[in-house]
Design a protein around this ligand. Sequence first.
Ligand SMILES: Nc1ncnc2c1ncn2[C@@H]1O[C@H](COP(=O)(O)OP(=O)(O)O)[C@@H](O)[C@H]1O
Ligand SMILES: [Mg+2]
Length: 288
Amino acid sequence: MSQAFLKVEGLKKIFPGVSGGDDVTVFDNIHFEVQRGEFICIIGHSGCGKSTILNVLAGLDSASGGNVFMDGREVSGASLDRGVVFQSHALMPWLTVEQNVAFAVKSRWPQWGKEAVQTHCVKYLELVGLKHALNKKPHQLSGGMKQRVGIARAFAIEPKMLLMDEPFGALDALTRGVIQDELVKICAATRQTVFMITHDVDEAILLADKILLMSNGPYAKIAEIVENPLERPRLRTEMHHNPHFYTLRNHMVDFLVSRSHKIAEGDLPENYDPQHPPMIRPMNLATA
Ligand SMILES: Nc1ncnc2c1ncn2[C@@H]1O[C@H](COP(=O)(O)OP(=O)(O)O)[C@@H](O)[C@H]1O
Ligand SMILES: [Mg+2]
């Protein structure tokens, strides 16, 4: 049997209670796998523990129980093997766009000469539509452009895995759409393995191969894994014409509206096994 690229086994997180209150088990028994080159989205209500999971995968936080293996090795501590993009861009304000990316590229490949670094940076900045802004400083950029620099920087270090926590959450809808299209393009060009948190169902349908639906906490779980049957290349402006689109979308919206709560209350579906959450294939869903 082949090993999954990323393997999450029985992950659990307990935060100590505040001012003498009880400890809170945000999630437990979280199991899932990511294959190399896969794009995984995770959706769930605010507070269920998505960011905590991402931080554990990044090695920025530690779990209270369970294990994470990447490429056969246990994840511990941050590493250039994993790139992270957060909602806010975290650019260095005194460096230009190109220098911000170059800084990361040089730490990844210290042996590279100036020209190699520059060519590499320009390639990724071009993929996010920023070739014209190489010499601009962050304060001269719009929010969308800053976020693009963060995305170019994360892809440019060619991490084994890219982790994104609601990267477009702070952007207006128009800008978000344009950057989503760029992300589709850059993923197609790089076959990057991605784990991304989003609260936007349409975004997940546009980007993901599989969507993990997380139930509400405490004791949140991966309630379902939804396979995305939409063929690539996907076009944001056309995918709603695909016969599977609304089945898929309604299934996820229904989960967020009702099923996520039921599972939180302990009303688990019959035969639910957290080690093997139900795999949902929209072709098999009743189109009621
Ligand atoms: N450092 C912390 N100390 C205590 N509780 C925390 C801490 N970080 C997160 N939490 C709690 O854990 C839960 C999950 O948080 P988070 O992972 O940020 O959720 P999500 O990203 O799904 O919105 C929330 O209820 C939050 O209040
Ligand atoms: Mg979060």
